[in-house]
Design a protein around this ligand. Sequence first.
Ligand SMILES: [Fe+2]
Ligand SMILES: [Fe+2]
Length: 407
Amino acid sequence: MTGGDSPASGENAPSGSGSPFDPGPVAVLNINYIERWKSLSREAPRSGAGREGLAPVGQRKTLLIPAGLPGREKRMVAGSGGKSVKGVAFVKTKSVQEAKNGPALFLDLVFRNDPPGPSLREIPARLWEGVDRVSDQVESGTLIYAEGQEIVFNGENQIRLSRIQPLKATPEEIREYIPRAAVSATNGMERLREYLASLEDPCLRAVGLGLLDDPEVRQAFPVAPAAKKNHHASLGGLLEHTLEIMEMGHRIAPVLGLNRDLLLLGLFLHDIGKCWEISSRPGFSYTDEGRLVGHMYLGCEKVAQVARQIEGFPETYLRVLQHFILSHHGEMAYGSPVLPSTPEAMAVHFLDNLSGQVNAMRKVQPQDKDQWGFEKNRGAYIWKKGSDPSAWEHTPLGEGGRKVFDR
Ligand SMILES: [Fe+2]
Ligand SMILES: [Fe+2]
């Protein structure tokens, strides 16, 4: 998803130079000072003199880049009035990339939102100047204080950073910035067990429940994210995603005349390898084994391991179950080495896709007063009001009804 973010794809550094960046040492803040820091930052002027105005907390020095950089805005459209953003943020990912004027810092930040919106908000952020001095002190999986302007670039909300400061925080404090699935681990795993226990075929039921009792699955499945970023990227996201599609599978099996046992087990298994492909630690980074072999292979390996512990487990059953895993992306271009070969495998692919696409769409942030946002992955505009007729402007047909589409 971040592939199009690179400077090479069109995001260029500002043409300005001569940063007054302060090269002094950066002292870490204890997170207990965050509230104090917030109030100080509200008082601080944005001019050069403002740097000294921030001095009272500990011995830290703030990291500044110039507030106005000529030429930077030329390629950008101000979004939400180019509103300023400041606050404590979790660094989900960090990379330093070569831009026109030197290295640029690319971050994915998570802010805690004020109610009533979603409690956490993830947004890309860019720092164009003074990167050499800052980059070693900002690490993914940590908290920083960040200030900048929220803009829209290539249709996507983004923060152009003007100031960042590393913060020291406990794991408990960091956890407050990690999204969590709506379903609880205990309830979710119980529902999963009910579905698997309801399978009529003894071989399929045995392997399903055997997987659920596998120590590695029991430990990882309740907390695993379903993705690093795109959909169900939360603690417990894999469980939430899996239950969503098993519920759908349970309902559509009789409508389409599908084998319910195979469909439900295929849905349970399709992403099980994500337990080991993506870390559930803050940042949800890919594991070494995940990068090396991917979740489809890891899932196939685990199913084979458990199936082989069941005496007399038929070989064909194992291959059919592995087929669900290997074909669920639906196309070779999307990483499936084989295409769905049974109606149940086709249904697994589409239900998986439906759950992922709808969840990704829900995460899109509105960018204007009319509640339009942009989903970069699909290159699609999303109307956040689209599911709520009470929020639409109602103009009767024949009385200038087209006005509703004027923007
Ligand atoms: Fe997958
Ligand atoms: Fe999936």
